[in-house]
Design a binder for this molecule. Structure first.
Ligand SMILES: [Zn+2]
Ligand SMILES: [Zn+2]
Length: 157
């Protein structure tokens, strides 16, 4: 299922509006990286972004792309999927939130489920154990509704 160009346009418009409102420097490169992440059907890694940028911008140094991604993550345009070392576009830019992610093991489809409730419950428990939380990642892997309905692949050999 290719990304819907209409929704990509909307996402870009939303990102532009958010950047303008908060005076964030959404430079051409950052915007381009955001557009690529938003258009990708599954989480996209930095190296895939580099090769996707090459036709338009030539060779971009990896550190430049990493810096653009840091900016986009920091300001909530995209989220980092830790287990895949890849990035997805946020489903609601501009609202600070904790998210959980459902990641399909077969097709890589990743669904963001924003919600503070679970995050709060998780983070309220560690202090009781004298533990200080620096980063909280909730990623669930399994099968998406589409893959679940498909027959398992034929056994090899
Ligand atoms: Zn989000
Ligand atoms: Zn799937």
């Amino acid at each position: 299922m290719p990304a819907d160009p209409h929704s990509l346009r909307e996402r870009l418009a939303c990102a532009d509006a958010y950047a303008a409102e908060h005076r964030l420097a959404l430079t051409q490169l950052r915007r381009q990286v955001y557009a690529l992440v938003a258009a990708a059907r599954t989480p996209i890694g930095a190296y895939d972004l580099l090769s996707a940028l090459e036709p338009e911008r030539g060779r971009v140094p990896p550190t430049t792309v990493y810096r653009a991604l840091d900016f986009l993550v920091e300001h909530g345009f995209v989220h980092r999927i830790e287990s895949r070392n890849a990035f997805v576009a946020c489903c609601e830019i501009g609202k600070p939130h904790q998210s959980q992610f459902l990641i399909c093991e077969r097709c890589g489809d990743t669904l963001e489920i924003p919600g503070e409730e679970l995050a709060e419950r998780l983070s309220s428990s560690p202090p009781a154990h004298g533990f200080e939380v620096h980063k909280q990642v909730v990623e669930l892997s399994g099968l998406c509704s589409e893959c679940k309905g498909k027959c398992p692949p034929a056994p090899r050999g």
